[in-house]
Ligand binder design. Structure first.
Ligand code: ARG
Length: 478
């Protein structure tokens, strides 16, 4: 084909800003999406008799060739949308230009981003589910393994490894829910909005939405091409997930530094000079991904802020800023949780550390309050006993301190409360660390996980069924 038939090749031929304008490299990610969007649009145009069946068949045939040749084979272009259109025209001549009837790159790119992002979000949801399953498995294995719990980085109360692990599992479950919420809003089709003001052609927007597996439309044509708030929502969910991971990583790093957890060699690194070192670099690198994710929130937010209606090219930059964050968050979850899931928990050292600094004091005060003292009085008595013992008091010292009060606490119960294991066992309130309470929490967590896995499967099936519908329609024109 001659140059005149290619997309606007006679204008904007080059110049120093050419590569600055182009998103073609980053658009590799949208290659498959653009082909699907083109196919759905062409099928709809033919069904609506906006283009002839023969033209539709020729365009669809060209798209198949372009797909087989791959993104790398595309001609130069400002972006993947323009390059694919140029390639179609190169292959079949000016009739290829009918593909762009009743649409604009503005609705096209918005549709492609949403189309592609669905897959990324579902992939991340699946990863989060796997991570939750690994944390639940720790909870099953380490239900009775007591460990120190901290507030303000000071020894506070004994807990268990299971209870600690489930605290992160619960946070990851909420992160999964955030992604599902964002998914339901992002899975709407902007296609057919054209530049921002609709089209005079008798298009069928519901039809293209259905062929592409969308749940509905972004109705208003100007909103459809302008909206990128779905990117902001997903970026926020990524950042929240990265924050969760960073907390888990820091706990792991600190526990490892005190010899309270032993990371598997697969997740550790060595020093180039200090021969004895085993460093938790994987957890540090996972923790650092919070920088990538929060960077994306800032980038998307500040780039979107103040953009006027309708389409502005700033939006191209928002997309490239965003992709990196979603690519970095999944591996951070996988590696951080993998490091914790394969680690060894030294039960004896953990139990010893769990009792340090009179961490069982609260349980002793609870026992005195259960014997009838106001909790505040019990709190003071236990503090006095600790001062008298210069550390963790024994039962006799506690009984001495309580002697002036008209209560008769059970000595065995006090002795149990003084031990880290007994201290954990008595805290059996819903959501507490007692093994029985953890068992009940685990049941709820596994049910929630199964539900979320089902949601991923359902959504994937919906997308696969749409892809099948689309390829069946495309085959009619072969
Ligand atoms: N590559 C562009 C993007 O990502 C596609 C839309 C270009 N539209 C336009 N009117 N210049 O946003």
């Amino acid at each position: 084909m001659t140059d005149e038939t290619a997309v606007r090749r006679d204008r904007f031929t080059g110049g120093p800003a050419r590569s600055f304008l182009s998103s073609l490299a980053a658009d590799r990610r949208l290659f498959a999406a653009d082909l699907a969007v083109d196919r759905a649009h062409v099928v709809m145009l033919a069904e609506q008799e906006i283009i002839g069946d023969e033209t539709a068949g020729a365009i669809l045939g060209a798209l198949a060739e372009i797909e087989a040749a791959g993104h790398e084979a595309l001609p130069e272009g400002e972006d993947v949308h323009e390059a694919i259109e140029t390639a179609v025209i190169d292959l079949i001549g000016p009739d290829g230009g009918r593909m762009h009837t009743a649409r604009s790159r503005n609705d096209e790119v918005a549709t492609c981003i949403r189309y592609r992002l669905r897959e990324d979000v579902l992939g991340l949801c699946e990863r989060l589910c796997t991570a939750r399953e690994q944390l639940q498995a720790i909870a099953v294995d380490e239900r009775e393994t007591v460990m120190p719990g901290y507030t303000h980085r000071q020894s506070a109360q004994p807990t268990t490894v299971a209870h600690w692990a489930l605290s992160y599992e619960a946070a990851l479950a909420r992160n999964t829910e955030r992604l599902f919420d964002a998914y339901d809003r992002l899975n709407r089709s902007p296609l057919g909005a054209a530049a921002f003001a609709g089209t005079p052609f008798p298009i069928d927007r519901e039809r293209t939405a259905d062929l592409l597996g969308f749940d509905g439309l972004v109705e208003n044509a100007t909103d459809a091409v302008s909206a990128r708030d779905f990117l902001l929502e997903v970026a926020a969910a990524l950042a929240t997930t990265a924050v969760t991971v960073s907390g888990l990583a820091t706990d792991g790093i600190e526990l490892a530094s005190r010899g309270l957890v032993a990371l598997d060699d697969d997740y550790a690194s060595t020093s180039s000079i200090m021969p004895q070192k085993k460093n938790p670099d994987t957890l540090e690198l996972a923790r650092a991904r919070v920088g990538d994710a929060s960077g994306a929130v800032n980038a998307v937010l500040t780039t979107l802020a103040g953009l006027p209606r309708a389409y502005n090219r700033d939006l191209q930059r928002v997309t490239t800023q965003f992709w990196e964050a979603i690519d970095e968050t999944g591996p951070a979850v996988e590696v951080a949780v993998g490091a914790i899931a394969t680690a060894d928990w030294p039960a004896d050292r953990l139990a010893e550390a769990a009792g340090e600094g009179f961490a069982t004091a609260t349980g002793v005060a609870d026992r005195l309050a259960m014997a009838g003292l106001p909790f505040r009085t019990a709190h003071e008595i236990v503090a006095e006993a600790a001062a008298a013992a210069d550390g963790t008091p024994d039962v006799a010292t506690i009984l001495d301190a309580v002697a002036a009060h008209d209560v008769d606490p059970d000595e065995d119960a006090l002795a149990a409360a003084l031990s880290p294991t007994g201290s954990v066992t008595m805290r059996d309130s819903r959501g507490g660390p007692a093994p029985a309470a953890v068992t009940a929490s685990l049941d709820r967590a596994t049910a929630r996980l199964e539900r979320d896995r089902g949601l991923v499967t359902d959504r994937r099936q919906q997308l696969e069924q749409a892809a099948t519908r689309l390829s069946t329609e495309v085959d009619r024109y072969a």
